[in-house]
Each structure stands twice: as C-alpha cells, then as structure tokens.
Design a protein around this ligand. Structure first.
Ligand code: F6R
Length: 241
C-alpha cells in the first residue's frame, strides 16, 4: 500500500486525476471502476479539464460504478447515474453506452446483480478502481458486518451511512435504506486501486489502514492485502497515519 499525503483537497484531486489520466493514456481501452460521493468530485473536475485540453482520451474507456440506491431511477437527482452524468460523463468524450451503473429500479434484483457481475467480468474485470471510504470503513456500500459479500448484492445501509448520505437529499426527502453494490471480491480483483479521503472525519478510518489488522468490521482494512493500492489523502484525513 502506498500512501500519499497532500496539503489540501485540491492537491488530492489533482494528483488523483493525474494518476488516472496516466493510467488511461497507458491503456486507452481500460476498464475503470468509479465511485460517487463528495470525495471524487474534485478529481472528476480535473479529469474534465484534462480531457478538454486533450491530455486524456476516454473514447475507448469502459466504466463500472460501484453502487446505486435501490428504488431510485437514473433520472432521480440523487441517483448515482444522475450524479455521474452531471459530474463527469456529460463533460468528457466517453461513450455513454460504455458507462455502467446498477439499475436501482430493476424488478429482479438478484438478476440485476448477477448480470452486473457478468458484465464486469465480460469486460475483462476492472483495471483501475477508484474508491472513497465511509467513516465506518465501508467501501462501495460494503458495510461493517460479521461477514463480507464477495459478489454484487443488495445491501442494507447502516444508520450512520444513511445519515451521511442525507446531506445530499432535501429535507423531508426519504433517504434510501438499501443499495445495490459491487462486492468485496470484485473490488479486490481490480488490478490497481486508488482510495481517496479528505477531511478530519476520515482521519480515524485512514489511521486504521495502517494498523495491519484486517477485520470485516472495517471493510476498508482488507485493502491492506491487495498488491497495488494507492491511498491519496489530505493532511486532515492523514492526521493519524
Ligand atoms: C459511493 C461509495 C461510497 C463512498 C463513501 C464516502 O459510490 O462507494 O463508499 O465512497 O460513502 O463518501 P464521501 O466521499 O461522500 O465521503
């Protein structure tokens, strides 16, 4: 595991975007695993700039997002499909047909999950996975639990995660309590992983990535046994390293 600590969020976003664009330039038909949430927004902004300046080309890239809320359609402003279109895909030269996100309103969730898993495998698996991390250690929406799920599955979000997610919803709007998420097995199969974190609220969980202890109660801890992980954080998130 490599750790990079930068002064602030802007620097984190810039260096993460540089790492991603170098990767895409090296393998223009690569498969990216993408995350939503607040943390990667700055990196997406930088990548949009790089794409405009023709420093990186996404025309042959495929992408698979980690998760989607159960019950929200892609046109719902809080859905992750909407988030990705608004914050990234609408502004770069990626073919939207090559951007995959689980369908939150599918009728048959089990089928949706196994089809999603198959699609990732048929694309050759994820080459570069971008991750954020929850303050409770979740990656994707693999929440702390007695056991972790290998494959894409429907999961119950914890109270803590729902509270954190509620900041994106209007007051009175219902925050989904379930999501479809890629499992830990698929995340660990990615050839390279970049985990981003920013702010003091992530300091404790980032500090624990250094502990050497792997536990299902902290899903992010499993990344310690992945052969190629870059953790990019700002000073606040890196305070306990
Ligand atoms: C979202 C995802 C989540 C977030 C995590 C951190 O696709 O996979 O694991 O990365 O909840 O969210 P932020 O970045 O909002 O703190």
């Amino acid at each position: 595991m490599e750790f990079y600590v930068y002064d602030n969020y802007d620097e984190v976003s810039k260096y993460a975007a540089k790492m991603v664009s170098d990767f895409v330039n090296e393998k223009p038909d690569c498969v990216l695993g993408l995350a939503t949430g607040e943390t990667p927004i700055g990196m997406y902004k930088k990548l949009i700039e790089y794409n405009r300046e023709k420093l990186v080309d996404f025309s042959r890239v495929k992408s698979f997002n980690l998760d989607e809320y159960r019950g929200l359609s892609g046109s719902h402003p809080q859905s992750y499909r909407y988030f990705m279109d608004k914050n990234f895909f609408n502004h770069i030269n990626i073919d939207k047909h090559n951007t995959f996100i689980p369908n939150g309103i599918c009728e048959d969730v089990k089928k949706e999950c196994s089809d999603y898993e198959d699609k990732i495998n048929e694309a050759g698996g994820v080459d570069l996975q971008i991750l954020g991390v929850g303050s409770n250690g979740h990656i994707g929406f693999n929440e702390p639990s007695l056991e972790l799920c290998v494959y894409t599955h429907l999961t119950n979000l914890t109270e803590e995660t729902m509270k954190a997610n509620s900041r994106f919803f209007k007051s009175g709007e219902e925050v989904p309590d379930k999501a479809i998420t890629v499992g830990i097995g698929q995340i660990m199969k990615a050839k390279k992983i970049i985990l981003l974190a920013s702010g003091t609220k992530k300091a404790d969980i980032i500090g624990r990535l250094f502990s050497g202890k792997v536990s299902t109660e902290n899903p992010s801890s499993i990344l310690q046994v992945h052969p190629s992980v870059a953790v990019i954080v700002d000073k606040d998130a890196g305070a306990l390293i």
